[in-house]
Write a protein that binds this ligand. Structure first.
Ligand SMILES: [Zn+2]
Ligand SMILES: [Zn+2]
Length: 189
């Protein structure tokens, strides 16, 4: 089954019905919509908790070839600092825009043949916001989320969180070379 043949579930949280735009270019509608976050919305170290609310403010506008969706999504984020592993909570606020082509136009047929994944398609009167939302969220997130901009991370010797203990230090570096020297010295005593 090709992706174009996939059926959208009209009751799925991020599937919208645009039948009321009537394919009249220029017709538009504002929609406010809250839906539960799908699994894995984000990146491994920072994501929207599954099931937590994603608030969407959308403008749906019929254009010649399809429906242009302009939107803003807001959600809570949870993750961990990549340097010190401290839990992070943050707010996501991301803008996105996507043109969904009508699935019965000549353009749509050629897109289908070429298997172009970059193009979003309507499925009849339905469109699926989830893939677009996923892309927008991933692009908006920092690759390396930090608990604070200058997080000093963890002590490389004992793993202590340095932000909690800025004066933290060890008298003797526990370097493998030093460790063997220490053993040597101990053995000589
Ligand atoms: Zn940190
Ligand atoms: Zn230490």
């Amino acid at each position: 089954m090709s992706s174009s043949a996939k059926r959208l579930d009209p009751r799925a949280p991020f599937v919208l019905d645009v039948h009321d735009l009537g394919r009249r270019p220029g017709t538009q509608r504002e929609v406010t919509h809250t839906a539960p976050a799908p699994a894995d919305l984000g990146i491994e170290v920072l994501s929207v908790p599954e099931g937590s609310p994603v608030e969407l403010d959308l403008r749906l506008e019929a254009v010649m070839d399809g429906v242009l969706v302009t939107g803003e999504a807001r959600a809570a984020l949870e993750g961990e600092c990549v340097r010190c592993l401290e839990p992070i909570t943050d707010e996501l606020d991301v803008d996105f825009q996507e043109l969904y082509l009508y699935d019965d136009t000549r353009d749509a047929a050629s897109v289908e043949q070429e298997g172009d994944d970059e193009v979003s398609m309507l499925h009849g009167d339905l469109l699926d916001l989830e893939p677009v939302l996923r892309d927008a969220v991933v692009l908006a997130l920092p690759f390396q989320p930090l608990c604070q901009d200058d997080c000093p991370g963890l002590c490389t010797e004992c793993g202590a969180r340095l932000a909690d203990d800025p004066d933290h230090h060890h008298d003797a570096p526990i370097d493998p070379r030093w460790a063997s020297l220490t053993t040597l010295e101990e053995g000589q005593e």
